[in-house]
Design a protein around this ligand. Structure first.
Ligand SMILES: *[C@@H]1O[C@H](CO)[C@@H](O)[C@H](O)[C@H]1NC(C)=O
Ligand SMILES: *[C@@H]1O[C@H](CO)[C@@H](O)[C@H](O)[C@H]1NC(C)=O
Ligand SMILES: *[C@@H]1O[C@H](CO)[C@@H](O)[C@H](O)[C@H]1NC(C)=O
Length: 227
């Protein structure tokens, strides 16, 4: 079970605290005011709702006890729902379906799409393997999820994609924890790890993520919720 411990290691970022504050408040639909039309999620096991198990049906998340409270295993690394589900529920949207779930594609992906894959890394698999760090779970990464997302929008958006996705919530992460998990698993030192982060490339990724997040912002958001 070492693998699942690595993959399911929980890293809670301040973003989640920020977003979850109103969700955990008494108003169960606190995010409804935001008027989100869809939620698009990128990330790892913290957010995967069924992508990894479609790539690898033998993954432990395809069996109980995962999904015990949902009456069947769904690919969530949890016995029940994940943060993204509660966020969707609070926004009064359906749970964003897993990108690799063909049933979701069939239904048009209403409410958004979840591109997160358990075990995925921020850096591309090739960048890690060039340093002798192997992703033992999946070869998906932030880059490959972004490619999925662009090809999804290419096939679903009509002319003005920016306009169409304007009122969407983009959840970028948590992602990057597994880069460290695998590096430590392959006995890299902290110095080797620091050298691994190609600042320019990450900066570009982060700037890009900010662009899509800000592009889609149609409401001002404070710690108290949407205005
Ligand atoms: C990742 O890709 C490499 C090279 O194509 C392949 O050998 C390996 O099995 C893949 N790993 C996973 C977990 O899919
Ligand atoms: C999306 O469409 C544009 C314009 O047709 C094209 O340049 C781009 O490569 C496509 N991207 C993906 C990921 O399919
Ligand atoms: C990492 O180090 C441990 C302890 O020395 C060793 O047992 C293990 O095989 C090493 N792992 C790799 C991938 O080299």
């Amino acid at each position: 079970m070492a693998t699942s411990n690595v993959v399911c290691a929980l890293v809670l970022s301040s973003l989640f605290h920020f977003l979850l504050a109103p969700v955990l408040s008494r108003d169960v639909h606190a995010l409804e005011k935001c008027g989100f039309k869809a939620i698009y999620q990128l990330g790892d096991s913290i957010a995967d709702t069924g992508n990894l198990i479609r790539e690898n049906p033998l993954s432990p998340y395809a069996s109980f006890p995962y999904g015990l409270k949902l009456s069947k295993p769904t690919g969530r690394c949890s016995n029940g729902l994940l943060m993204i589900d509660y966020i969707a529920r609070s926004a009064k949207l359906p749970y964003p379906g897993a990108y690799l779930n063909s049933a979701r594609k069939f239904s048009g992906g209403r409410g958004g799409v979840n591109f997160a894959v358990a075990g995925s890394t921020a850096l591309p698999a090739e960048a890690l393997s060039s340093k002798n760090i192997v992703n033992i779970v999946t070869n998906e990464s932030l880059s490959s999820q972004l490619e999925w997302m662009f090809s999804y929008f290419n096939t679903t958006c009509s002319e003005d994609c920016a306009q169409e996705i304007k009122s969407s919530l983009f959840m970028v992460g948590e992602i990057g924890g597994n880069d460290y998990n695998y590096a430590f698993l392959f006995n890299k030192t902290t110095e080797e790890l620091n050298a691994l982060v190609p600042e320019k490339r990450m900066k570009k990724k982060i700037e890009f993520a900010e662009v899509i997040v800000f592009d889609s912002e149609s409401h001002s958001y404070t710690e108290g919720g949407c205005n």
